[in-house]
Design a binder for this molecule. Structure first.
Ligand code: SER
Length: 336
């Protein structure tokens, strides 16, 4: 399903290692990794994209390595054997699961990021770091959240994301390492399910709408969060990593979002395709509190101006595509 995007050539630059040729992806079994590996292989060739995960993965069309990012020696050894010029460091635990196991989240998300930055520093690899809307907190302006603003998150996941943003900036300032990143909003997709996130409801609702014509939301009415369809997220990663570094005034944490909705809004969109769809609520206080601490809608002007961020899917276009593609089987809701 990978598409060759013309802007990949447009945004190529040879000035600061911005042109990707060999890419390592960590966390390839996750929601983003599953699709990013396939997308990158379509653009750069199967053999030039090494997929890695701490769990064995089936059916890869290119190289795969088992990698636990908490093991710094293993991270360094994989970089030495594959010799990537760019690492997409996706391995990590999401927000709601992190609140159940904060210590484990720190070891994986923070330990893994530190190990990767160190290994990349020693070898001069570019690094993509996925930050999140979770890097904001209750003190952040919730509407049109600026690129540069208050960041006092109240989840361990958010704390790890702010730290990752700062660490990436530091490695760039101190060592000239080419670290870049975005603050992903909730990502919606149908190839692989998210596991343990707060925004997961916006994925589950499509599966349940297709399978049962109804959904019980753990996030309450009126809770707006930023969201994006996966094709736009994949596009954003490639655009940012191929962007001319001379244009980047920011680095590790660009706000990006394609839409903002609450459960009522996504339900209304689904009803345009499935008029009898029913939504009710059984609010989970933990995930609701996390959602309440995150912005309603981000200001993405820096990403647009500095590297041409341009999402194509709005809510209704995404809904039509999701409902055409989800299998509609409840059993498929087990996250991988
Ligand atoms: N989608 C993520 C989560 O809900 C946020 O980055 O945890």
């Amino acid at each position: 399903r990978s598409t060759l995007f013309p802007y990949t050539t447009l945004f190529r630059s040879s000035t600061e290692g911005g042109t990707m040729k060999k890419i390592l992806v960590t966390g390839c079994g996750g929601q983003v990794g599953t699709e990013l590996v396939a997308h990158l292989r379509g653009l750069y060739g199967d053999a030039n994209v090494m997929a890695s995960d701490f769990r064995a993965q089936e059916g890869h069309s290119g190289p795969f390595a088992l990698l636990d990012v908490r093991d710094g020696k293993a991270v360094a050894a994989l970089l030495d054997s594959f010799k990537p010029d760019t690492v997409m460091h996706l391995a990590g635990i999401l927000s709601a699961r992190g609140e159940e196991r904060p210590q484990q989240l720190w070891e994986t998300n923070m330990g893994g990021t530190y190990n990767m930055l160190e290994a990349a520093r020693e070898r001069g690899c570019a690094v993509f770091f996925p930050s999140s809307i979770a890097a904001f907190g209750p003190g952040t302006p919730a509407d049109h959240t600026p690129q540069d603003t208050i960041q006092r998150p109240t989840t361990i996941y958010g704390v790890s994301k702010v730290t990752g943003e700062l660490l990436g900036e530091y490695y760039h300032l101190k060592y000239g390492l080419d670290v870049r990143g975005v603050r992903f909003p909730g990502l919606i997709s149908y190839e692989a399910l998210p596991g343990g996130g707060t925004t997961d409801y916006a994925v589950h609702i499509y599966y349940e709408a297709r399978a049962r014509g109804r959904y019980t939301s753990y996030i309450g009415a009126g809770s707006f969060m930023d969201m994006m369809y996966m094709p736009d997220a994949l596009d954003a990663v490639v655009r940012l990593m191929e962007a001319d570094p001379a244009r980047l005034r920011h680095r590790c944490a660009f706000n990006i979002s394609a839409m903002s909705f609450d459960p009522e809004g996504i339900a209304a969109s689904i009803r345009k395709v499935l008029p009898d769809f029913r939504l009710d609520y059984d609010v989970d206080p933990v995930r609701q509190a996390i959602a309440d601490s995150w912005p309603n809608s981000l200001d993405c002007s820096a990403a647009r101006e500095e590297w041409g961020f341009a999402p194509r899917y709005d809510l209704d276009a995404m809904t039509r595509d999701m409902l055409a593609r989800v299998p509609g089987a409840v059993s498929s809701l087990t996250p991988n």
